[in-house]
Write a protein that binds this ligand. Structure first.
Ligand SMILES: [Zn+2]
Length: 79
């Protein structure tokens, strides 16, 4: 049981809540060294190569605000 953040109605139990994204922002992720574990079958047999790969970083989006809504409101807000 929850209260819809858009229409304000109390939703009965056994009704799944939906999360909708209200606001996002651009974000630049910095590069990180040795964070991805390379799978065993892709590693070099010689043990001279590292077991971890670097993450190059990059640009993406982050969620700033989201709302918990009922299925009807989620269907209305979907474009
Ligand atoms: Zn609603």
């Amino acid at each position: 049981m929850f209260k819809c953040h858009i229409c304000g109605n109390s939703i009965t139990s056994n009704t799944p809540a939906k999360r909708i994204v209200l606001e996002t922002r651009e974000h630049v992720f910095p590069p990180r060294k040795k964070v991805h574990l390379i799978p065993e079958h892709k590693r070099s047999k010689k043990k001279t190569a590292p077991d971890y790969a670097d993450d190059p970083g990059g640009k993406g989006t982050q969620i700033v605000r989201e709302a918990l809504v009922c299925p009807e409101c989620a269907a209305k807000t979907r474009i």
